[in-house]
Ligand binder design. Structure first.
Ligand code: FES
Ligand SMILES: [Fe+2]
Length: 430
C-alpha cells in the first residue's frame, strides 16, 4: 500500500479499519512512526551497576540498554555487526566488561564499539577497518534520560526529545517528585501480557472514559457486593476497584489536556485515583522535602493516564507505567512496571503492586474485560460491514487549529482523535 493510501485511512473523526488489520500498514508504522518517534526503553534503576543490561525492542528492532564503566547509558542494537546474530537472549543481566556474540565470538565493549575478532590477522589488508562492521554495534539514533526514564529515537535525525514531548514531561517530574529525594526505582519485574490485537486499540482505550461503566460492570459490582456482604475486606482493594463504577458525569469534569505528537494528560482535575486514603506521614515527608508549594502540586497530581505517544502510559499515583511493544499487526506485548518512590513509605509500593495485580495481572478482575474486547475488534474489523471506526463525540473544527487543547469534559473523543493527528504526522515523516 502506498504511503498516500495509508494516510487516507485516517480522517479527522473516523479511522479506516485497515489501520488495525493490514500488515502493510504495520510495516510502515515500524519503518516510519516507530523509527522517528521517541520510544520508552527502560528506567535507569534497572541497570544500576557497570555491565547491567536489559533487552527489549523499539518497534521491531531488538535493543539493549546498557550501563558502562563511566556510568553512561547506551542503547545498542542487540544484533551482531558480523552477521546479525542476536547477542543476548535474557531480558536482563550483567555483561561484565564486554558482550560476546555466541556465533563467531566477535566481542564488543559496553559502548558497542568493536573490541576483538578471532583471527584478526586474517583481516589485515582487506580494508576491514573502513567497513560498517568495524564500527561495532549499531546504536539508537539518539538517547535521552529524563528523571531516570530512558527514551530513544532510532532515527539519527529528527525532532529533539524536549520538543517532541514538550509539557507532558511535567507528569514524569510529578511522578519522580512523589519521592522525597526525587527519584524512582523499578520494583521487581514487570507483568507482561501478549494480546492478540493491534497496539493502537490499547492506547486508545487508555483514554476511553466512556467504557469503564459498561466494560468493567462485573468488576465493580462484584466489589460492591463483596463489600456489603463481608466485613473487614481489604480496604486497599476496595478503594482501587470501586471507582471503576464511576459514571459519565464523573468523567465530564475531570479535565484533560492534549498535546502535539499525540501526548495527553487525562484527569488534570481528578481521576479514579484521587480518593485513595492517605499514607501515614507521607504528605508531611513530601512537604518537608520539596516545600509546600511543590508538594501541593505533586500531591494533587493524580491523573488517570498520561500518554507518551506512542509507547507509554503513566499514572501518577499509584506509580505505574504501561509500555506497549508492538509485535505484529495483530499482536502486542504489554509491560506493566511499578515504581517505588525512593525514601517514601513502602505502603506506596504496596499500593502500586496491589493495583497492578488487581487491574493488569493474569488474575485481574479488570484487564480481561478490555482485552477480550480488543481481540474481538481485531477479528471483527476484518469481516464485512462498516469499515470505519467512529470518533465523532464532541468534534469541533476549532480543535484542529490548536496544538494544545485543554478542556473539562473527558468524554470528548478529542483525547483519542489527538493520537491519530499525531499518527498521521509521524507517518508522513521519512
Ligand atoms: S554473527 Fe556474531 S560473530 Fe558472527
Ligand atoms: Fe478498561
Amino acid at each position: 500500500m502506498s504511503k498516500q493510501k495509508v494516510l487516507h485511512l485516517v480522517e479527522e473523526k473516523q479511522l479506516h479499519s485497515d489501520i488495525y488489520t493490514d500488515p502493510k500498514v504495520f510495516e510502515q508504522e515500524m519503518a516510519t512512526l516507530f523509527h522517528n518517534a521517541w520510544i520508552y526503553v527502560g528506567h535507569e534503576s534497572q541497570v544500576p551497576n557497570t555491565g547491567d543490561y536489559i533487552s527489549t525492542r523499539i518497534g521491531n528492532s531488538p535493543v539493549l540498554l546498557v550501563r558502562d564503566a563511566q556510568q553512561n547509558i547506551h542503547v545498542l542494537m542487540n544484533r551482531c555487526a558480523h552477521k546479525g546474530a542476536r547477542l543476548v537472549n535474557e531480558t536482563k543481566g550483567n555483561l561484565g566488561k564486554m558482550v560476546r556474540c555466541p556465533y563467531h565470538a566477535w566481542t564488543y565493549r559496553l559502548d558497542g564499539s568493536l573490541l576483538s575478532i578471532p583471527m584478526k590477522r586474517e583481516y589485515e589488508g582487506t580494508g576491514f577497518e573502513t567497513c560498517p562492521a568495524a564500527a561495532g554495534l549499531s546504536t539508537a539514533g539518539d538517547v535521552a534520560i529524563y528523571r531516570g526514564f530512558v527514551f530513544a529515537r532510532l532515527s539519527p535525525e529528527g525532532v529533539g526529545f524536549y520538543e517532541y514531548f514538550g509539557d507532558v514531561l511535567q507528569a514524569l517530574d510529578a511522578m519522580a517528585d512523589s519521592s522525597p529525594v526525587g527519584e524512582l526505582e523499578v520494583a521487581g519485574g514487570s507483568i507482561r501480557s501478549r494480546m492478540k490485537c493491534n497496539w493502537k486499540f490499547y492506547l486508545e482505550n487508555v483514554n476511553d472514559t466512556v467504557h469503564p461503566i459498561s466494560t468493567h460492570e462485573s468488576a465493580y459490582h462484584s466489589a460492591e457486593k463483596a463489600a456489603e456482604r463481608f466485613e473487614g475486606l481489604d480496604p486497599l482493594s476496595l478503594e482501587q476497584l470501586l471507582p471503576f463504577g464511576s459514571n459519565y458525569d464523573f468523567y465530564s469534569t475531570m479535565g484533560v489536556k492534549t498535546f502535539r505528537n499525540g501526548h495527553s494528560i487525562l484527569g488534570t482535575n481528578f481521576s479514579i485515583h484521587t480518593g485513595y486514603a492517605d499514607v501515614e506521614g507521607y504528605k508531611d515527608a513530601i512537604r518537608q522535602a520539596h516545600g509546600k508549594e511543590r508538594a501541593t502540586e505533586v500531591l494533587n497530581f493524580t491523573p488517570q493516564n498520561v500518554i507518551f505517544y506512542p509507547s507509554m502510559a503513566a499514572k501518577g499515583s499509584p506509580q505505574i507505567i504501561r509500555v506497549l511493544r508492538p509485535v505484529s499487526v495483530d499482536e502486542t506485548l504489554l509491560e506493566v512496571w511499578v515504581f517505588q518512590p525512593k525514601g517514601a513509605s513502602e505502603k506506596l509500593l504496596q499500593r502500586g503492586l496491589n493495583y497492578s495485580r488487581l487491574v493488569y495481572s493474569p488474575m485481574s478482575v479488570v484487564a480481561h474485560d478490555d482485552i477480550h474486547l480488543f481481540e474481538s475488534q481485531q477479528r471483527n474489523l476484518q469481516a464485512d460491514g462498516n469499515k470505519w471506526i467512529n470518533l465523532y463525540r464532541q468534534f469541533d473544527e476549532k480543535e484542529l487549529e490548536k496544538e494544545v487543547n485543554e478542556f473539562e469534559n473527558a468524554n470528548n473523543e478529542l483525547v483519542i482523535r489527538n493520537q491519530y493527528r499525531a499518527w498521521k504526522n509521524l507517518m508522513q515523516e521519512n
